[in-house]
Write a protein that binds this ligand. Structure first.
Ligand SMILES: N[C@@H](CCC(=O)N[C@@H](CSC=O)C(=O)NCC(=O)O)C(=O)O
Length: 276
């Protein structure tokens, strides 16, 4: 692992690091915020998974999360959204290839050699951060935006016991029924739709739910509402009697202005579970 930068931030340190990833078979970059408490011992951690077109940097510089995380004594991890590099296949459209890993392990060519973002987030990066930083691996929570909200919800429901709480900003909620999902599953996983279902938050909510609390915020002025399908997830949560909330936030769009507006709520929600 190598350090790209470290900057003082709200009494803690905002770092950017790179490491060779076994999962994605290329060098990966991530951001990690450590609160001041990390100088004295291991701290709980909140994962933030970003959306389409993002790198590790978007949320790190635009979400305003560090102030709240510093107050809560919680570390933040900002992973990249796909493998990168000249040797990594890409696609001309913004929502496939670089910046669009979709938090799944591709099985189809030309993607399968590098696009293993599920393993990267579930196994590879956790190993790197717990080996190199004072992180409590027993106290983890996860959140994300859009494609990253899909990733956060599917990882949390599929890895029982790993995360204490999960939240999402405008998640892609029912990707097997949406243009934001079907295109990715077809390209990365192939035509057998049975392999898609384990990566659909609505289907997972219907089938098993999440053992902790779930918080979802969704803007009513989001131009991608038809692709995100929050109504499908909300219905599945109600049917399952899943503890949590889907909050429709009047007038907010899909941008980081929306995310920054509710980031304090999300970090307080996770801090409550992480410090319990
Ligand atoms: N049409 C846009 C789509 C890109 C976009 O809106 N990306 C969002 C995430 S969308 C779902 O995963 C985002 O977070 N963008 C980065 C940012 O800093 O706002 C396009 O063509 O780019």
């Amino acid at each position: 692992m190598r350090t790209i930068s470290e900057s003082r931030c709200f009494g803690g340190v905002q770092g950017v690091y790179a490491h060779a990833s076994d999962a994605t078979n290329c060098e990966m970059t991530f951001g990690l915020f450590l609160p001041e408490e990390a100088e004295f011992g291991p701290v709980p951690v909140l994962w933030y998974l970003s959306g389409l077109t993002c790198t590790h940097e978007n949320a790190m510089v635009k979400a305003g999360a560090q102030k709240w995380a510093a107050e809560a004594g919680v570390a933040l991890v900002f992973p990249d959204t796909s493998p990168r590099g000249d040797e990594v296949p890409d696609h001309p459209s913004y929502d496939l290839g670089h910046g669009a890993g979709f938090y799944i392990n591709a099985t189809e060519q030309p993607w399968a050699g590098h696009y293993r973002m599920w393993d990267y987030i579930a196994e590879d990066l956790p190993r790197v951060i717990t080996a190199n930083f004072p992180i409590e691996d027993e106290r983890q929570s996860i959140c994300g935006h859009s494609m990253g909200g899909h990733g956060a919800l599917t990882l949390a429901m599929s890895l029982p016991g790993r995360f204490r709480s999960v939240s999402a900003f405008a998640p892609i909620s029912h990707p097997t029924a949406s243009d934001w999902g079907r295109k990715h599953f077809l390209n990365y996983l192939g035509t057998d739709e049975a392999t898609w279902a384990p990566h659909d938050a609505t289907l997972l909510m219907r089938e098993r739910g999440f053992e902790g609390e779930v918080l979802v915020d969704q803007g009513t002025a989001d131009p991608y509402l038809n692709a995100l399908m929050p109504e499908a997830l909300a219905e599945a949560m109600c049917t399952r009697r899943q503890p949590g909330a889907v909050r429709m936030q009047r007038g907010y769009d899909h941008s980081y202005f929306f995310i920054a507006s509710f980031m304090g709520d999300h970090i307080a929600f996770h801090a409550e579970a992480l410090h319990r």
